[in-house]
Design a protein. Structure first.
Length: 226
């Protein structure tokens, strides 16, 4: 069963369906709580220290909000916990809930976790200040922990991996999960994908590459696509 956190206030599969049915547009300028877009935007994508996109599609709710007690995570560890880990924990729990699978039956089961991830913004934020590193920065911001956190919290005993193949990461995660079930490495699998824009660095490098749309909007299968 699916669970999700999508732009456009879509925090459940039914809300996502309603959003698509209404043909809504989730585009917005960069939220000030994440990036000061005015400080980095420039129409010339080759200008040093700038990017040429003015916004994108963002989850509207505060991605840092998290009920750590519910998931049994100590407050000191939450200080450095990647928002992607926080949201993924919530989504996986909701998926289990929607499937009607009690957590005590999942605990100890041969269930794998396969997660596709693209950016690593939260990790970049921690590496900016190595002289004041916090105890759980490695596990809180490390990309590998996206899948491991699920296995640990829900006590799943199948394979656990996070992979990055850029835009195809989630699809490859699904492929590996299906292969693992076919070969008997696991009896069931959690498959997901994460991508949160939190810092300007990845936007700058993508802009220099020419990988972002000059209009800030994707034009797939359109003559304006570049």
């Amino acid at each position: 069963m699916p669970g999700c956190r999508w732009p456009g206030d879509s925090e459940s599969p039914s809300e996502l369906w309603d959003y698509l049915e209404a043909k809504r547009n989730s585009y917005s300028k960069f939220p000030k709580s994440r990036i000061n877009g005015d400080a980095f935007y420039h129409p010339d994508g080759n200008r040093p220290g700038s990017f040429r996109t003015e916004g994108g599609c963002f989850i509207k709710s505060d991605v840092r909000q998290f009920d750590s007690t519910f998931f049994g995570i100590h407050p000191k560890e939450v200080l450095t916990l990647d928002p992607a880990q926080r949201k993924f924990l919530e989504v996986v729990y909701e998926a289990f809930e929607s499937a009607g699978v009690p957590l005590h039956k999942l605990s100890g089961s041969k269930t794998g976790t396969f997660v596709g991830n693209f950016n690593y913004d939260h990790q970049l934020m921690h590496y900016r200040d190595p002289e004041n590193a916090l105890p759980y920065s490695v596990t809180g911001s490390g990309i590998t922990i996206l899948s491991n956190r699920i296995n640990y919290v829900f006590n799943l005993k199948g394979p656990s991996m996070t992979l990055d193949t850029a835009c195809s990461s989630s699809l490859y995660a699904l492929h590996l999960a299906c292969s693992a079930i076919q070969t008997g490495d696991c009896d069931a699998a959690v498959v997901g994908g994460t991508n949160l824009i939190l810092t300007p660095e990845c936007q700058i490098f993508s802009s220099v590459l020419g990988a972002v749309s000059p209009t800030s909007v994707c034009h797939t299968f359109d003559s304006r696509g570049k």
